[in-house]
Design a binder for this molecule. Structure first.
Ligand code: ADP
Length: 306
């Protein structure tokens, strides 16, 4: 029986390292290539599974090798993939080129992710009914995200939305369905039109989202940790100090780890944030996307050592 449901994207990420970016019409040699399972939805489901939460993924991939790879990765983390549809379109893919200066250029093919529809969500009712929490991001159609949030709330479930990739704005109706919204500083600035360069500015911007009906805003602040803003308080929690190697999927791990502690009944916001920061800091300290996400005992060990 799953305790958390993730509705979202699955992408195969192809990273190509280059000396420099090609000009239009030019052919150049690459230094290396790596293929990694990704997509914000899949990363969050993977993290929930790795951290020990009974979790189901809902989304779509194509009937292709990329789809097989993504499902195998999630299943290896213990994620129930029986609600990931296989469609007659390519699996979602991201092509990431990185030059020797660390500058990147990314091409995204939404592929099967764009086929996840409100009709798919309606089929989720029995799955959601047994879960405690729904985790959402914005790499599938917005109307699907909104209908999933609506269904979860009608069933009395907790809704967590990670508003990435950064939207210009979000409908007030969707914000009002979010118990938790987890923007980073950039996403918070885009969502509110307010500056977010300092913690004080982040708090002010987060309060604007509370006024629109969000329950709690969790602003992830990279090496500074996370700021939780509720109608009653603002709580800044620092992460353990780590040497950041690759922050890919650190935000996804943060969202998943926080969701896990909610599902487990954690009532202290401070404790849930400490757990989420610790899991995410470990992710940032290792290379890779899903491959960098820690297991539960690694997070507990680092928490105990603090
Ligand atoms: P996103 O990837 O969504 O932009 P952030 O960069 O804010 O998210 O990182 C998410 C979380 O990962 C942070 O809240 C923090 O817990 C952890 N984290 C990221 N970078 C570091 C770092 N350099 N040191 C420690 N923790 C980090």
């Amino acid at each position: 029986m799953c305790k958390a449901v993730v509705v979202g994207s699955l992408n195969l990420d192809t990273s190509i390292t280059l000396e420099r970016m090609p000009q239009p019409g030019e052919t150049i040699a690459a230094q290396g290539i790596s293929l990694n399972p990704g997509g914000k939805g899949a990363n969050q489901a993977f993290a929930l599974g790795r951290l020990g939460c009974p979790v189901a993924m809902v989304g779509a991939v194509g009937r292709d090798a990329a789809g097989d790879t993504l499902l195998e990765s999630l299943q290896a983390a213990g994620v129930d993939c029986s609600c990931v549809a296989r469609r007659e379109v390519p699996t979602g893919q991201a092509f990431i080129t990185v030059d020797s200066a660390g500058e990147n250029a990314i091409i995204i093919l939404a592929g099967a992710n764009s086929t996840v529809s409100p009709a798919d969500v309606e089929k989720l009712r029995p799955l959601l009914a047994q879960a405690d929490c729904l985790v959402l991001q914005l790499e599938i159609p917005l109307e699907t995200v909104a209908s999933a949030a609506k269904l979860a709330r009608s069933l009395g479930k907790v809704v967590i939305l990670d508003p990435a990739p950064a939207p210009g704005s979000l409908p007030g109706e969707l914000l009002a369905l979010c118990d938790y919204l987890k923007p980073n500083e950039t996403e918070l600035a885009l969502l509110t039109g307010l500056p977010t360069a300092t913690v004080e500015q982040c708090e002010t911007a987060a309060r604007q989202l509370l006024a629109q009906g969000v329950g709690t805003v969790l602003v992830s602040l990279g090496a500074k940790g996370a700021l939780a803003v509720t109608p009653q308080e603002a709580l800044l929690v620092a992460p353990p100090q780590v040497k950041a190697v690759d922050t890919t999927s650190a935000g996804d791990c943060f969202t998943a780890a926080f969701a896990l502690r909610l599902v487990e009944g954690e009532t202290s916001l401070q404790a849930a944030l400490e757990f989420a920061n610790t899991a995410a800091a470990l992710t940032a300290s290792r290379p890779g996307a899903q491959a960098s996400i820690p297991a539960r005992d690694e997070v507990e060990a680092l928490l105990a050592a603090r």
